[in-house]
Design a protein around this ligand. Sequence first.
Ligand code: AHM
Ligand code: MG
Length: 325
Amino acid sequence: MKLEQTFTHFLLRHQEEHGRSYNFLLLMEAVMTAAKYIQHYYHTGSLKNLLGATGDTNVQGERVMTMDAVANEIVLHYLRQSHQVVHAVSEEEREPVLMNPAGRYYVYFDPLDGSSNIRHNLPVGFLFAVAKCNLKGDEDHHLRPGREFRAAGIFLIPTGVFTLALADAGVWRSSMDETMTWVRPERLILPEDRADWELSFNSSNRRTFSERVQGWLDRQEPQHAFRYMGALAGDFHRLLTNGGMFLYPAIVNHPDPKKNRPQGKLRLLYEAAVVAFLAHEAGGAAVDEQGRDILDLTPTDPHQRTALYVGSREMVEDMRACLRG
Ligand code: AHM
Ligand code: MG
């Protein structure tokens, strides 16, 4: 009989080897429990008639929730129960949700990213980041830039794959076994071999990008395969294995100027910074439309948007040089 190493055991060893507290394990237990419940509801929700437009009632007269709202309630519940979280920022909540003033961590999350995939039963993601409050001095509880994250991860749902980046300790990917336990963590490093590198972006937006970005794509596109799933979690998941770049540039040339998005579409705190942190720990990089490191951007609003170019370092640096002209 071969017994597997669980992801929790791997984290326990990590904390002990680095002389860190067990509080992080309690937090991660809550995050992993939430991910399992999201996965469960994703599998069974439509059968139970739990999913639909908010405001509907099902045949039992119960309130019908969208899958995004279900996932949000699940994550908030388990984070609160962990007692480790000072406040959490969710894509689904206008303001940070206050939890335990005596906690140690801030958690920033998107409970169900890629929601247009839900009705097709295609992959979505639960994205999260963990930052730590200042335990030694004054703390104003401001929102943290990615550079200060202690961890960030993606659960791919319903695939069951969990990828976690730990500060200065790499990226680790683990699969769910038959007992819904994450096992066999393996380290991921972005491949240097350009042969597998891919480009991932919404190509229907292409003519709305800046001329610089369009020119860059004209030069790069013939050399790489193109992949796009429409869920950052899934697209970035693939990119971490194969290398290349995921981009969601600023929209500045839309034929209907009202539809321009000079700030980009993706959210800095719980989407862009999460994948930027993962990319950084896997040897890659991420920049915004001005070529600034995503990890250096301190959010002034929990839901602030940013353009995003993330992936293999060499390619992102090439894009940075292009963006800066
Ligand atoms: P969501 O949080 O409302 O699901 O939106 C974020 C998603 C990302 O997962 C994905 O990369 C992007 O939006 C896709 O946008 P588009 O449909 O414009 O290509
Ligand atoms: Mg999202």
